[in-house]
Design a protein around this ligand. Sequence first.
Ligand code: SF4
Length: 467
Amino acid sequence: MAKKLDLTRREMPKQTAEVRRQNFEEVALGYSVKLAREEAKRCLQCKKPHCVDKCPVEIDIPGFIQCIAEGDFGKGVSVLKDKNLLPAVCGRVCPQEEQCEEGCILNKKGGEIAIGRLERFLADWEATQGDSKVLRKPEKTGRKVAVVGGGPAGLTVAGDLIKLGHAVTIYEALHEMGGVLVYGIPEFRLPKVIVKREVDYLRKLGVNIYTDFVIGKTRTVDSLLEEFDAIFIGSGAGLPWFMQIPGENLNGVYSANEYLTRMNLMKGYLFPEYNTPVKNHRNVAVVGGGNVAMDCARTALRLGAREVQIIYRRSRQELPAREEEIENAEEEGVVFKFLTLPVKYIGDENGWVTEIECLKMELGEPDASGRRRPVPIEGSNYTIPMDAVVCAIGNSPNPLVPDTTPGLDVGKWGNIKADEETGKTSREKVWAGGDVVSGAATVILAMGAGRKAAKSIHSYLQTLELD
Ligand code: SF4
């Protein structure tokens, strides 16, 4: 008899908006065992699962869901970790609604399986079982690989190659591993203890990790090539964009990168326990409409701002942030000012920003991105009083490695040019992937690029004669 369709996604409990805007603790609380098993039992266990087709790292999704449905969580963790070494991270921050969940057969009927929540459930369940076990002990191949950057792409390459027996060393420029996972994504969306746990697992697998080690300064890619058989560059996109409008040098105007790094990596919200303070502004404007803009606005609220406004030049429909993050921001009291473009920041005699001059916009014909183009309405200028502005309009790839590596081809945005399928760059023995190639994108896409590069690096290493 055919399985009866259950189209009701189980909701994940979360802190109420009133409570959570007062704290930095995680907003979503995760499934209970009961909710996870109920959700897992809705899965149809498709013979040709389109959810997997849409997963950049090809996780056996029906496989781990089946384990949850049967209550065999340990086996579920093995299935999940076979393809994804960062499940607790991906379960929280990947845009599943555009990937696996969009591909889910039940999506057509409006009841797609909550794959991300189930992934998170398994990873969190494992964390309650004590130290994660190393699932495989590989034979050593004698080959050595250096990974530049300890973010999602680099961690994936390291995880895949160490499991194949190659010796892997990661060089991370900051004092903590995780890249954008630690400096960019706030604690209330991704607790840092989770990133640490997943990095610790790589250490257990045998990956060597050097932090505070800046490739391009402390050593160059060319000097690494004297020691390693292959190099993977995953140095991310951490160079913030500004709008190039008057007043951007005023005090109180931040890049999203600086604002979030002070809060997340340097724990500014715990001053004086941690020694990097953040000024508590009363009226904060965040310019931009992506996930980073939502993170900045929600962070400002938690720091005690009286009003936080997101200024976005298109309408709500075109907001690029995840719907879940937009809803969370709205519930918490962030005010959205749509069809608005800042043209100038105005300051006081002490050099602090006090106002933003804006232009009203209207939507015209669709542009190359398919979204309707915002068109300024002449003479519609007006000002908004403000004592801080966070510019969250995007980032370029970090230039340090390309600038110090002769012969490495770069694109017009400073991104390293790499083959889409293999991650190979214009330099021999050098691969690249993640945001330094694609520009700022998602964690899972960076991991997908890392996986392809790891496969290509492994094929190359197999062709080498051992000394
Ligand atoms: S497509 Fe949906 S229903 Fe089918 S196996 Fe994947 S998650 Fe389950």
